[in-house]
Design a protein around this ligand. Structure first.
Ligand SMILES: CC(=O)N[C@H]1[C@@H](OP(=O)(O)OP(=O)(O)OC[C@H]2O[C@@H](n3ccc(=O)[nH]c3=O)[C@H](O)[C@@H]2O)O[C@H](CO)[C@@H](O)[C@@H]1O[C@H](C)C(=O)N[C@@H](C)C(=O)N[C@H](CCC(=O)O)C(=O)O
Ligand SMILES: Nc1ncnc2c1ncn2[C@@H]1O[C@H](COP(=O)(O)OP(=O)(O)OP(=O)(O)O)[C@@H](O)[C@H]1O
Length: 496
């Protein structure tokens, strides 16, 4: 790209050296610098990117963007000083990739729970309709049917623009993105122009980072505020009207708001909900009439997720008649109350609940599936060095199961003892065990189960690892559970 044109988005800068006419690439990680590329030095939580200038130069960087003094001996390398490199990369990333979000219908999904589910339901439905489309979030970046790994739910601003550009270049007409509160506050979405913004719900989580629910809601509200003021554009906010924070989100945007919900009147309202072990049916009261809906997802929370997805496709221009057959064929989202198909005399779900509200929703969904005389066993852990305030509330919600196993879920550097004692601090009954080693905890859960019982292994979802210290160790709740269950009950089984 032409370097002067790229740098024109930075209004105030000091340039030392001769700027190369073009640069081949833009990087924020010295290990990703290309020959002839630019390296932006970012100050992180762990290290300061300015320390990696030497390694960037060794990889052939020709342009450095810095906010602290750096020494460069090579004449052919220019240094651009700006006040704040984090702000600079937000301007540069979308410019470098040619503002790719403008070439697609961009759908952003935010909220405490349901982002991955809604994002993947939309993706699945759009793929069924024959659309070229992409989705990014906690499970990764899925371009049509190919999944690429990513580091965060909402990736850093440069990776975000790279992904959007890749999707647009490969002919996608739309892209759905999970938008985390961290991502919004840190400007990881800068330069991404959303057409449709969805709010799922706001409940206790991430207060280690946001401190108060007010701050947390303000962070989520940024997605709606960032729809902008160009009202000649066709943009829409889609908001869960049953959530107490919904009006706050609606206030943030000047664009029209479509609502969805179950309890209060909404543009898309589900009534007469009937739950079955393998599907949910409900009456959809939509803007153009009333429809009977069947979908293969279970749980009231998935009715909310489905309504959000239906509203998004409607906002995109599809009719309800076109949308509902797609919902009828949607697949369960990986690791979200996903049933492990097994010939064993047990029902096992893998779930990603790791907030109080998600735990409540998962247990409420599965309890009615239990036959008389059987029990619901629930295994739950929580991350080390993260929000500690939510732990006793998680434990309290987990207590609604008949037997609870508290364990760890990426303990990082925190000792197991504090995690377990805080999780179990408010347990109102004694039907529980605390076992720090997650493999042992899974095996213990199976050991405690009897024929006909239901088990939810919560917190890991799609993840196949456990982070202890700084190391990711392979870990699969499903594999360990099936191994132990086969030993206990015999027979063969098929993993989902
Ligand atoms: C606390 C936090 O948000 N950390 C994020 C941050 O890491 P960091 O600040 O520690 O980065 P760093 O290691 O100090 O690096 C600083 C700079 O030096 C560069 N560097 C580093 C090493 C090197 O050899 N060369 C080099 O150039 C790095 O590329 C970077 O530009 O920048 C990284 C790259 O973008 C992120 O992956 C990382 O997310 C970590 C993994 C994380 O756990 N974040 C959580 C809090 C988070 O963001 N979660 C949300 C919400 C999820 C949810 O809703 O549940 C999310 O969107 O994922
Ligand atoms: N709409 C919802 N309301 C409440 N709980 C939900 C909802 N959808 C899913 N859940 C529960 O929350 C868990 C996480 O769901 P999902 O991954 O879709 O949310 P998320 O917002 O992407 O979460 P995260 O931010 O942690 O990645 C699920 O496994 C399920 O237990």
């Amino acid at each position: 790209m032409n370097t002067k044109e790229l740098l024109s988005v930075l209004p105030v800068k000091t340039i030392i050296g001769t700027v190369p006419e073009t640069i081949t690439d833009l990087a924020v990680d010295s290990r990703a610098v290309q020959d002839g590329g630019a390296f932006v030095c970012l100050k992180g939580y762990t290290v300061n990117g300015h320390q990696f200038v030497k390694s960037a130069l060794m990889s052939g960087a020709r342009l450095l963007i810095a906010s602290e003094p750096i020494t460069v001996d090579e004449e052919r390398v220019a240094v651009v000083y700006v006040e704040d490199t984090a702000k600079a990369i937000q301007q540069l990333a979308s410019k470098f990739y040619g503002y790719p979000s403008k070439r697609m219908t961009m759908i952003g999904v935010t909220g405490t729970n349901g982002k991955t589910s809604v994002g993947n339901i939309i993706h699945d439905m759009l793929r069924q309709s024959g659309e070229q489309t992409a989705v990014s979030g906690t499970i990764g970046f899925k371009l049509n049917d190919t999944l690429y790994e990513t580091e965060n739910t909402t990736t850093d601003v440069l990776t975000t623009q790279q992904m959007i550009a890749q999707a647009a270049n490969e002919g996608c007409q739309s892209m759905t993105m999970e938008v985390s509160s961290h991502g919004l506050v840190e400007g990881r979405l800068s330069g991404t122009e959303f057409d449709i913004a969805i709010f799922t719900n706001l409940t206790h989580d991430h207060l280690d980072y946001h401190k108060t629910m007010e701050n947390y809601s303000a962070a989520k509200g940024l997605l709606f505020a960032q729809l902008g003021q160009q009202l000649d554009q066709k943009k829409i906010a889609i908001i869960n009207t049953d959530d107490p924070w919904s009006s706050k989100m609606a206030e943030m945007t000047a664009f029209p708001v479509l609502t969805y919900g179950i309890r209060l009147k909404a543009t898309f309202q589900a009534t007469a909900i009937q739950m079955f072990s393998n599907r949910t049916e409900f009456q959809l009261q939509g803007p153009d009439g009333t429809y009977r809906v069947t979908m293969p997802l279970i749980g009231e929370f998935n009715v909310y997720n489905a309504l959000a997805a239906v509203a998004a496709l409607y906002a995109k221009g599809m009719t309800i008649e076109e949308i509902l057959p797609l919902l009828a064929n949607v697949s369960t989202v990986k690791g979200r109350l996903e049933k492990v198909e097994t010939a064993l005399p047990l029902t096992i779900f893998i779930d990603y609940a790791h907030s109080p509200d998600a735990i409540e929703k998962a247990i409420d969904t599965v309890q009615p599936l239990k036959k008389e005389g059987n029990r619901l066993l629930f295994l739950i852990g929580t991350g080390g060095n993260r929000d500690r305030l939510k732990r006793p509330i998680m434990g309290e919600k987990a207590a609604a199961a008949d037997y609870v196993v508290f364990t760890t879920d990426d303990p990082r550097d925190e000792p197991n003892e504090s995690i377990l004692s805080e999780l179990s601090a408010s347990m109102p009954h004694d039907q529980y065990a605390c076992i720090g080693d997650r493999e042992e905890a899974v095996r213990h859960t199976i050991a405690m189960a009897n024929e006909g019982d239901i088990i939810i292994f919560a917190g890991k979802g799609h993840e196949d690892f456990q982070i202890i210290g700084n190391t990711k160790y392979p870990h699969s709740d499903a594999e360990i559970a099936l191994d132990e269950a086969r030993k206990k009950f015999g027979g063969t089984s098929v993993n989902s």
